[in-house]
Structures are given as C-alpha cells and as structure tokens.
Write a protein that binds this ligand. Structure first.
Ligand code: TYM
Length: 331
C-alpha cells in the first residue's frame, strides 16, 4: 500500500490541516509506505516572498515531524528537490484539457480573489498535483474534503494517459477522514478554515499557544438556540462538535450526548478549546525543539529526496518513452 500526500509550506498550518490531513499522514505511515512532500513549487502560485518561502519549508517540515512523522519510517521531502515532478507535470499538461482545468473550484475561487494578476501557474496547479501523485504509483492520498476534486482529476488524467499511451500509472483514491475533513472558520462557520482566507480569530494555528487557542474558542461564533446538536441551520455549533469529536477521537454523537444537559454554549466552547489545547500542546513543544536545527532538517529532507527520486524516476522515464520523448533506443 503506497500512500502519498502533499502540503504547502507555511508556518501557519492550522487545525483544519491537522485534523483533515496531517493526522492521516501519520496514520498512513503505520499502514503502508508513506511518502510526504512539502510542495514549494505549488506555493509559488501565491506569489510569496522568496526568503519567506525558503524558510517556510523548514517550518512545515518541523511541524510534520512534531506531529508524528518519523523520517525513519516514511519519506519526507521538498518537492523542488525531485525534478521529476516538474517534468511529469509538463507531460501531463498535454493530457489534461483546458476545459477541465477551468472547471476546478479552487482555480475559480483563487482567480476571483486575485483578479489583477492570475498566473498561469495557478491554472496548472492541479496538473502538478497529479504529477506529484502519479510519479509514485500511489494507491491512496490522505487529504481534506476540499482536495477531492483534484484527486478525481488526477484519476481522470491517469486513465486517459493509460488508455492513450499504454498502462503507466496506478489509479489513486482519496482517503478523507470521517470527521474533521472540513473544519470551518470559527468567525464565519460557513467558510472553510484557511491560511489565506480566514481572519486571525477565525483560524486556530497549530503553533498558537494555549492562551490564544482558548481565546479563539471563547470568541467562536455560535448560532441561535441553546442545544448542542448538529444541523444545517447550526453551522457554528456543528463545527465545534466536529472539532471536539475529531480532537478527542470519538464520534460526533458522543459529544452531543455528553453535552446534552449543558447550561448553554459558553461551557461547551470552553471544553472544545481545552480539547484542542491538549491535542496541539505536544506538537508545539516538539516543534520548538526541532525547528532551530535547520541543518538537521535539511539533511533529513535531502535524504528523503534521494529516496523519493529513486521511486519517481523509473515511472517518469516510462511516461516519456510512451509519449515518444527521447531517442529511438532509450539510453
Ligand atoms: P494545503 O497545504 O493547502 O492543505 C494541506 C491539507 O490540509 C487539508 N485542509 C483541510 N482539511 C480540513 N479542514 C480544512 N479547513 C482544511 N484546509 C485544508 C487539505 O485538504 C490538504 O489535504 N493541493 C494540496 C497540496 C498538494 C497535494 C499534492 C495534496 C500538492 N500536491 C498531492 C495531495 C497530493 C493542498 O491543498 O495543500
């Protein structure tokens, strides 16, 4: 079982990233061969400051290790260190259509947000993501709900490639957790929690300290009524129930039951805040030990890249050959 996922570099990874995806990576390394990639090339589509981008790769690597990824048991690397990703991206661009890329929700949303300059990198973002996944003959991709469309596109591209050029890629499936796959903004629970779109109070960051986390939950927007139950008309409370359930590793019904006699939202919000403080505390503590030693992190990413390249390069070589790239007799 080969498990692959990618995550954008930033020190501001949030609770949604943690519950929706990072926990799935850690679990993946127990179930199979886990390969995890810090996607600095994808991050370019947001036009980051170059020095900040470079540093943020260390932030993210330290967060992932602090969260439980063990570089002895999985492969952790920087996307740009393995050039096969960009080469395969270009090959796959010729198998993905303009129409299907135009229909990607994330592209539509982001291009609306940055009207003055929509880079073509943003348009090709999902093709690079498909290349990431397909280069490793991936079986499963742990992601949050928002990435489902990109994984479906990846399958579509793989299938089209295989039928046009011959069997080359495995067809991956997404693995989306039953609870926590879509954590919403604490201030605007109809919007997904996000590093770029959430306000400071709306997002809980993995590296926030306990006092800040408590304050954010205390100030979380709730709905009318008093009952602690989920419902379409109660996005604020439903989100808090999901967060509590995911943080404690119990089904949402158990949280509803536990708080059935609560005297209102105040004490419930406090309890959810406390559960998240306990969940993230060890991650932040380990992060503080790991992050300062950039050389150690570099060495580990570079070993990861060597292992990743050894897996990706034969598949990319086959893809090139199938498409007619290179000399008649492959060297
Ligand atoms: P990124 O870094 O934006 O997000 C990382 C992961 O966090 C999940 N996520 C959420 N889960 C639950 N609730 C939320 N509010 C929430 N917000 C984000 C995302 O679904 C994601 O799994 N495009 C990818 C990066 C990528 C990738 C790949 C993923 C590049 N190549 C190959 C898988 C396979 C992304 O959105 O990263």
């Amino acid at each position: 079982m080969r498990i692959f996922s990618g995550i954008q570099p930033t020190g501001r990874k949030h609770l949604g990233n943690y519950l929706g995806a990072i926990r799935g990576y850690v679990e993946g390394q127990e179930r199979g061969e886990g390969i995890y990639c810090i996607v600095d090339l994808h991050a370019l589509t947001a036009g980051p400051d170059p020095n900040e981008l470079r540093r943020s790769v260390y932030d993210t690597a330290a967060i992932l290790i602090a969260a439980g990824l063990d570089p002895e048991r999985c492969i952790l690397f920087r996307q740009s260190d393995v050039r096969e990703h960009t080469e395969l991206c270009w090959l796959l661009c010729n198998v993905a259509s303009f129409g299907e890329l135009s229909r990607m929700t994330q592209f539509k949303e982001k291009s609306e947000q940055h009207r003055q300059f929509v880079s073509s990198g943003l348009f090709f973002y999902p093709v690079l993501q498909a290349a990431d996944i397909l280069a490793y003959q991936t079986d499963e991709v742990p992601v949050g709900e928002d990435q489902k469309q990109h994984i479906e596109l990846t399958r579509e591209i793989a299938q089209r490639f295989n039928s046009r050029f011959g069997q080359t890629f495995a067809l991956p499936v997404h693995r989306i957790p039953p609870v926590g796959a879509r954590i919403m903004d604490l201030q605007d629970p109809r919007k997904r929690m996000s590093t770029t779109a959430s306000t400071e109070q709306g997002a809980v960051y993995i590296l926030d300290d306990a006092a800040i986390i408590r304050r954010k939950f205390k100030g979380a927007v709730t709905d009318s009524g008093k009952e602690i139950v989920r419902g379409a008309d109660k996005p604020g409370i439903s989100n808090l129930i999901d967060i509590a359930a995911a943080a404690r590793g119990v089904p949402p019904e158990a949280i509803e039951k536990e708080f059935a006699d609560a005297a209102g939202y105040g004490s419930f919000k406090e309890a959810v805040g406390e559960a998240v403080v306990e969940l993230l505390r060890p991650v932040r503590e380990r992060y503080e030990q790991i992050r300062p030693d950039e050389e150690a992190v570099d060495a580990l990413l570079s070993r990861g890249a060597d292992k990743a390249r050894a897996i990706a390069s034969p598949t990319v070589a086959v893809a090139r050959e199938q498409m007619g790239i290179g000399p008649v007799r492959p060297r």
